[in-house]
Design a protein around this ligand. Structure first.
Ligand SMILES: Nc1nc2c(c(=O)[nH]1)N[C@H]1C(S)=C(S)[C@@H](COP(=O)(O)O)O[C@H]1N2
Ligand SMILES: [Mo]
Length: 505
């Protein structure tokens, strides 16, 4: 079937339609097997796992919690370009179909390499690519008949077939949401989940400053930053969930929620921070977490003395390595099942995650956690550590100016400067503000809630006309002053003073 299509446009249309069919059919078949086996997802997850460090940092630094949207857009554009090329190539010989087949084999291999993959993981890509090749050949043949006369009838037939292919692709993608274990089922499961009753210590009125525009002391679930490698939220229902505790332990344990309900529950206000947070950035949030002390669970398993790493694993294969010492030294390291009184939101780890005060999320806060292995830092590497990040991630001192807004213009006279500072598990002892090159002035601190939470601060500035630079620095509970030395987030967290340029006039 040597089609001999001369029109480039026809080639591009045929290619795009075929590409859409590959992904749509793949999506639908994956819904029946495992959403993580969909070709588009496999591509995205593989790209995420293999993105070079510098690129990743640039994206997270620039787009923060929108990083996944950026990735999806890039992938979409990439897939469209590839599809167009496939269509163009196919015009003269079936080399486009061959290209699709080769791409399909590559994606199928990547699918087999996903965590928790089974042999079935090749099916969505295989069936998608078969349907895509069929589409490509039919459309290319139809386009061939439309030339050279470009007879109106044949042309309409080609466009009609293309539209039909795209419709099939869209319908398959939409239909995928209604088969298998859907997001709706998971949301319903979450609504039924009973958060154990435990109450966090009340927030004293003095812990909140009433300054318009300041970061609220407690972060609502909706406003809480989200950072993870999960392109699709792992679907684990409370009934399916089990936590395996194994490795260097006396007794291997498998805990269900029924087992957990026999344990003592706690509720604690803890500020979480991402290592990717830039100086002055907002990848931090403060919530009440309800859950079970990790120390109790590890005690039941019996931690062997040579274990120094708690390697936690999520159902989608993310891992974090937490120093055992940090889990057992008395801080409120917990298996959290509640966030601000609700079951964990799906994107924050439903049904269970870890929270360890004082450590960046990438070494401690595994969401959708299903496995805890006691091991050693000289034996095991966690997800980010094997990509060059520091093996241990204590949170560095950070302070941020919330008001006035960056590059704001304010009237001369009294201006309230305010923000938050954090150094979890050491606490914040002091915050100072500097205007231009004047001496550092002490800010007023809100009452400390605990050393595991951030602390609001404010300072009254007698602003004189002109353009001024405001700087902030904090001192932690051990007396260490936040360093002025600028460091990028990679490999163990950003440092340096946050500043803001304000015009007074
Ligand atoms: N399963 C899983 N858990 C994860 C991650 C991840 O990629 N996958 N990212 C970690 C990182 S880097 C951070 S900063 C925190 C963020 O938690 P949040 O999204 O609830 O704010 O989750 C941690 N837990
Ligand atoms: Mo993070």
């Amino acid at each position: 079937m040597a089609a001999q299509v001369r029109s480039r446009a026809a080639g591009v249309i045929a290619g795009l339609a075929a590409g859409a069919v590959v992904l749509g059919v793949g999506q639908l078949v994956a819904a029946l097997i495992d959403p993580a086996s969909a070709p588009f997802y496999v591509l995205g997850a593989t790209v995420i796992d293999r993105t070079p460090q510098g690129v990743r940092e640039g994206i997270i630094g620039r787009f923060g919690s929108k990083d996944k949207l950026v990735l999806y857009c890039c992938l979409g554009v990439g897939a469209a370009v590839l599809s167009a090329v496939v269509g163009l190539v196919e015009r003269r010989r079936p080399a486009g179909s061959a290209m699709l087949a080769v791409l399909g084999i590559a994606v199928a291999v990547a699918a087999l390499m996903r965590p928790a993959a089974t042999g079935w993981f090749v099916a969505p890509t295989a069936l998608g690519v078969m349907a895509g090749i069929g589409t490509l050949r039919i459309l290319t043949a139809a386009a061939g008949q439309a030339e050279p006369a470009t007879a109106g009838l044949s042309r309409r037939r080609f466009l009609g077939l293309s539209a039909a292919a795209v419709t099939v692709a869209v319908a398959a993608t939409a239909g995928a949401r209604y088969v298998g274990k859907t997001a709706r089922d998971l949301a319903a499961d979450r609504r039924r989940f009973a958060v154990p009753s435990a109450t966090a210590r009340q927030v004293p009125p003095g812990a909140r400053l009433s300054v318009p525009g300041i970061t609220s002391f407690q972060t609502s679930n909706d406003a809480f930053y989200r950072v993870d490698t999960a392109l699709q939220i792992p679907a684990v229902t409370a009934d399916d969930w089990q936590l395996r505790i194994h490795g260097l332990v006396d007794r291997e344990l498998r805990l269900t929620f029924d087992d957990l309900r026999r344990h003592r529950a706690i509720a604690r206000m803890i500020t979480l921070t991402c290592v990717s947070n830039e100086v002055g950035g907002d990848l931090a949030g403060n919530a009440v977490w309800t859950g079970y002390p990790l120390a109790d669970l590890l005690h039941d398993a019996g931690v062997r003395p040579d274990a120094d790493m708690l390697l936690s694993r999520s159902s989608d294969g993310f891992t974090a390595g937490t120093p055992v010492e940090a889990v057992l030294d008395g801080r409120d390291a917990m298996l959290a099942v509640g966030m601000n009184g609700e079951p964990l939101p799906l994107e924050h780890g439903y049904p269970a995650r870890l929270v360890v005060p004082g450590l960046y999320g990438y070494v401690s806060a595994t969401k959708w956690v299903v496995d805890l292995e006691l091991t050693r830092f000289d034996r095991a590497n966690a997800y980010w550590t094997s990509r060059g990040w520091a093996a241990k991630g204590p949170i560095k001192i950070a302070s941020r100016i919330d008001v006035p807004a960056a590059f704001a213009t304010v009237a001369p006279g009294r201006v309230t400067v305010a923000g938050v500072a954090w150094a979890q598990h050491r606490g914040i002892r002091a915050v100072e503000v500097q205007v231009d090159d004047e001496p550092w002035r002490p800010a007023e601190l809100a009452q400390e809630y605990s050393t595991d939470t951030w602390r609001q601060w404010k300072w009254s500035w007698d602003a004189r006309p002109g353009t001024h630079t405001l700087r902030v620095r904090a001192t932690d509970g051990t007396g260490t002053v936040q360093t002025s030395k600028r460091a990028a987030p990679f490999p163990d967290g950003a440092s340096g003073w946050a500043s803001r340029v304000i015009t007074v006039g």
